[in-house]
Structure formats: C-alpha cells, structure tokens
Design a protein around this ligand. Structure first.
Ligand code: ADP
Ligand code: MG
Length: 447
C-alpha cells in the first residue's frame, strides 16, 4: 500500500472511532432516556420499552424437584433436565443442544414447533427412555417478546432476531408447543411455565443469591428484567397490593441511541426495520454484521485487501460476532478460515480495530443500560445488587465484561462497586425450572 493510501486508511479508522464512540454525556443521556421510557412503559403509555409484567415473583430458594426445560434462544435450542435441591442449588442432570434450522425460523410456525417437540422427544429417548410414559413437567423458555396471560401462557407480540415464522405472532406459544408435543406422542408432558429467557436468568440468579435483582441476556439478542413493586406498575390489572414482580423490559427495542450510517444500513436490510435499535447495536447477532459493512466499504474504497475482493464480506451475516471474538482473543487461524491467509499486518490490525470499536460501543451501551435499571430500583446505591447475565457475547467476548464495568465506574464512581456482574450459564433454562416448580406446586394445591 502506498504512503498516501496508508494515510487515507488511518484517517478512515480515526473517523470510524468518532462514529462509534460513546461520550460520557451520551451515557448519561442513555440513563435519562431509560428512566423516562421505563416510567411510560409501566404506566401503559407509548414507550420504546414494553415493560411486560411476568407474573413471576421472587423465588424462596426452597423450590425443589426435577424438571425438563426447553430453552429456545435465537441461535440454539437446548433441552435440559434440571435438578433443584431446595437449598438454592441447581444442577443439570442432562443437556442437549440443537442448532435451529433456517427453514424452521422462516417457514410456517408449525414447522418450528414440530422441530421443538422433536428436540424434546430425542432428549427423552436419549436420557430418559424408560420414563417415556411418565408425566413430566416442562418449563418453556422462549426468548422473544411475549404478552404473558399467566405464568404458563402468553402470546407472541412480534418476532425479533432473524425469526419470521408465519402464524405465530398473536398466538399462545405454550399452546402451540403443547399441540406439537401431542402430535409427536408426548401428551404426558405438561407445560407448567412459559418464561422469557431474561426472566429465567434472573430467577436462577435469585434462587442461588438473594441479592440478585436484575437479569440480562447478551447472546444472539439482548434483553433485561428486574424486580418491580406492583404498586409502581400502573398498567397492571392485578391486585393493587404492593408485591414484587419481575418486569420483562424488552430493552432491545430502546430507541434513543445515536445511530450511524452502518446502523442505518443494517436496520434497512433487516426483517424488522425501525425496531430493536438497541439490540441491533449491542447483541451477538449484529456485531459481526456491522463490522462486515465497515469492512466491505473499506474494501470497495481500496483501503483493505490490496490483492482483491473477498467474497466473505459481500454476503450478509457471513462474518460473525464469533469471528470477531476469536480475532480479539488472538486466534489468527480465523484469517485463514475466512480465506485471508497471509494477510498483511496492517490489514490484520485494521480488522482488529474495527472489531474493537464495534464491541466497545456494545459494552458501553449495555453497561449504561444496567446502570440505568439499577439506579431506577435504588437511586442511592447503598445496597448490593447482583446482575445475573447469560449469553455467549458476555461469556466469551474478550474484554467485554471489563468494558461494561469500566463504563459503570465512569457513570457511578465508587458506588459501581455495589453492582456485581455474575455469569449465569444456562440460567435461562434453570430459572424456568424454578418457575415451573412454584407453578406445579400451586396447581397441585388448587387441584
Ligand atoms: P442464544 O442466543 O441462542 O440463547 P447464545 O447465548 O449461545 O445463544 O448466543 C449465541 C450468539 O452469541 C451467537 O449468535 C453469536 O452471535 C454469539 N457468539 C457465539 N460464539 C461467540 C464467541 N465465541 N464470542 C462472542 N460471541 C459469540
Ligand atoms: Mg439464550
């Protein structure tokens, strides 16, 4: 690369740093915006945050039993057998992971639910064949916005992430799964809980540690929930007693962030334009795609890959957050896997810088959003708050957690020490089992 081209590339990267930077005043604006939209959402007024009552309260830690859990994420579906010991301990007796096929995400909904019933069937065949006829209690974790009608039923408000399966929006997803299980000969499996993944994560965190009062997902998508006093949920039709209930924020749709031209391009080409602004700037499904749009532009302007055009960067979503994460962790084989063996050092450095900027902005926004929710619950920050966090982005991206913490220190000073970010691996499935334990006991008492 000539000197002048190298200079132009440096200028481009410096401009990029400006486009992706989040200033302290931006961060403070995120907190103010969150508090306003949380208030509107709880009151039932127009808001980018839906603030959905979950019908789930604080677990006691004494919930006990063995439960099946089906956790439908955005990329994976997991079936777990969860054992709760009644003393705050949860163990996973068996687990299977299935990658959700593309056609199940996009064709008619029946296909998706038949696939899910098939996952449960093959799990039971593999791990509990002799007990096939026994009645089983299933906790269904469904990682999309659902209007809950009870602890075990609710309708899908709208798909997010890559999903577009038809005939599911507006329908009760627990009933759809139940129907698919009957078709599959699994009529003895009863759904006792329908839980959002973020609610499950908080319940699992709280089952083990009473100071846990917020759950966050940073995986394919992103979302959060926290304990709210029902007296503050103006739109809630339930009893007006003041009790604690988890509110699912659906924060992925928060829409008061400063978007740049790459965000606009990604949004316009997505199946849900104009929606999920925060999710599109933060979560694992999108960080690789934002980086790809930047790399493609640099490639077209001849600021990268002097020897030619690389097809990986022409196909939407072909470059992933996992690629970025592995590169950030120093795994150079990724270059060869992408067809970029022998890439010059400067090109490698430019790609790392792009990944750094995109992931840093994500962690800054996520950290500020957590600070907003914790200060909503307790402005003085005098108590300890544990935040249970599930998802591969948080768990695996090098430096991500550190950057979130740094932002919270920037915003809250020493008081940020009150907030502990706690990894909650498989929390979404374990917590759903805790919810199912409570629900199963209650329905036995009523029966
Ligand atoms: P789900 O969202 O299906 O519950 P995960 O929590 O495992 O599943 O998150 C999957 C997402 O995490 C993928 O879409 C991908 O974007 C991202 N991801 C996968 N591997 C890594 C990794 N090594 N580092 C960072 N992010 C990753
Ligand atoms: Mg998940």
């Amino acid at each position: 690369m000539s000197d002048s081209a190298a200079k132009e590339r440096d200028r481009f990267l410096a401009g990029l740093a400006g486009l992706f930077s989040v200033s302290v005043s931006d961060l403070r604006g995120i907190i103010v915006g969150f508090h306003e939209d949380m208030a509107h959402g709880l009151a039932g007024e127009r808001s980018s945050l839906q603030m959905i009552p979950s019908f789930v309260g604080r677990p006691t830690g004494r919930e006990k039993g063995r439960f099946l859990a089906l956790d439908l994420g955005g990329t994976n579906c997991r079936v777990l057998e969860v054992e709760l010991d009644g003393r705050g301990g949860a163990s996973i007796a068996a687990a299977s992971r299935f990658v959700i096929p593309q056609d199940c995400m996009h064709d008619e909904g029946e296909r998706l639910f038949d696939f899910l019933a098939g996952c449960i069937d093959s799990f039971i065949r593999e791990h509990a064949r002799r007990e096939r006829r026994r009645e089983r209690v299933l906790a269904f974790t469904f990682s999309f916005p659902v209007e809950q009608h009870s602890v075990s039923s609710g309708t899908l408000i709208g798909w997010t992430k890559a999903f577009t399966a038809s005939g599911v929006e507006g329908e009760d997803v627990a009933a759809l799964l139940s129907g698919a299980m009957k078709r599959r000969g699994l009529g003895s499996v009863r759904i006792a809980a329908l839980t959002n993944d973020t609610v499950g994560t908080l319940v699992a965190g709280c089952y083990a540690d009473r100071s846990c009062d917020m759950g966050v997902i940073l995986g394919t998508g992103t979302n959060a929930c926290y304990f709210e006093n029902t007296a503050r949920i103006g739109k809630f039709p339930g009893p007006f007693r003041s009790v604690e209930m988890i509110v699912n924020m659906e924060w992925g749709n928060f829409d008061r962030l400063k978007a740049n031209r790459y965000d606009a391009m990604l949004d316009a080409a997505s199946p849900n334009p104009g929606r999920q602004q925060l999710e599109k700037m933060v979560s694992g499904m999108y960080l690789g795609e934002i980086a790809r749009l930047i790399i493609r532009e640099m490639m077209e302007r001849r600021l990268l890959f002097e020897e030619g055009y690389h097809p990986t960067f022409s196909a939407p979503y072909a470059f992933t957050t996992e690629h970025l994460s592995l590169l950030a962790g120093g795994c150079d084989e990724v270059f060869a896997d992408l067809g970029l063996a022998n890439l010059p050092d400067e090109d490698q450095a430019a790609m790392l810088e792009i990944g750094r900027l995109v992931a840093l902005r994500s962690a800054c926004v996520a950290g500020a959003a957590i600070a907003a929710v914790i200060t909503w619950m307790e402005p003085g920050l005098e108590a300890d708050h544990a935040v249970a966090i599930d998802g591969a982005l948080f768990e695996k991206y090098p430096g991500y957690r550190h950057n979130m913490q740094a932002v919270m220190i920037e915003l809250l000073g020493d008081r940020a020490g009150r907030i502990a970010l706690v990894p909650a691996r498989d929390g979404s499935g374990i917590g759903a089992a805790v919810v199912a334990a409570v629900a199963a006991k209650t329905s036995r008492r009523i029966a």
